[in-house]
Design a protein around this ligand. Structure first.
Ligand SMILES: Cc1cn([C@H]2C[C@H](O)[C@@H](COP(=O)(O)OP(=O)(O)OP(=O)(O)O)O2)c(=O)[nH]c1=O
Length: 190
């Protein structure tokens, strides 16, 4: 049985989109980047910790658990979920008129082993003035989203160019996920 170790409705929706059967296991993993930890290592570590925590919580050797983490990175700085409106505004001001990277890593953990894959995307935002930022924050959308925007919502208006994976930016890179699940016998080909 496949379990998704996530409370994110987007991840659930993206996994359902490709017809995969799964259940959700709740995990609560602290997301704190260690000093001098490279962004890609940090994202991978957190995704792995979510999958491992889910596997440990289930106490079912047959379980296979998928964990994921998504972060926005600019100038080697990791932008997680904004703490409040001021934090969201500060992030969006920094992302304005720049290209940032979105890292989404998935880990699959089961009795037979643990495997991962990473999706890297580059997103260019146009210049965002204070009025645009304030109006966007008023939608409530930035909260709970890495980098304070949602490409799947009103935030699409802030994405001038995407080079990478739309689903990866949303939180679960579907291509990489399907490939990983197939490679380890969780889903069939086709
Ligand atoms: C950049 C971006 C992020 N996001 C979301 C995806 C993730 O849910 C969230 C980043 O936080 P995560 O810590 O990756 O995930 P989460 O806390 O929402 O869920 P869980 O740990 O339980 O799996 O930001 C979007 O929905 N759209 C976007 O465009």
């Amino acid at each position: 049985m496949l379990y998704l170790a996530s409370q994110s409705p987007r991840r659930r929706q993206l996994l359902e989109q490709i017809g995969v059967e799964f259940q959700v296991v709740d995990v609560n993993v602290p997301e704190q980047r260690a000093l001098a930890e490279a962004p890609r290592e940090y994202v991978s570590r957190v995704a792995r910790e979510k999958a491992l925590a889910g596997y440990a919580a289930l106490n079912d050797p047959q379980a296979v658990v998928l964990g994921a983490d998504t972060e926005v990175v600019l100038d080697d700085e990791v932008f997680g979920k904004p703490a409040d409106a001021a934090d969201a505004a500060a992030m969006l001001r920094r992302l304005s008129a720049r290209v940032h990277e979105v890292i989404s890593t998935i880990w699959l953990v089961g009795r037979k082993g643990e495997w991962s894959d990473t999706s890297l995307s580059r997103v260019r935002m146009p210049e965002l003035d204070d009025a645009v930022i304030a109006a966007y924050i008023a939608t409530g959308e930035p909260f709970g989203k890495a980098g304070a925007y949602a490409i799947q919502g009103h935030g699409a208006k802030l994405v001038e160019h995407l080079d990478g994976s739309h689903s990866g930016v949303m939180g679960l890179p579907v291509f990489e996920t399907a490939r990983l699940l197939r490679a380890h016998g969780v889903i069939r080909h086709g």
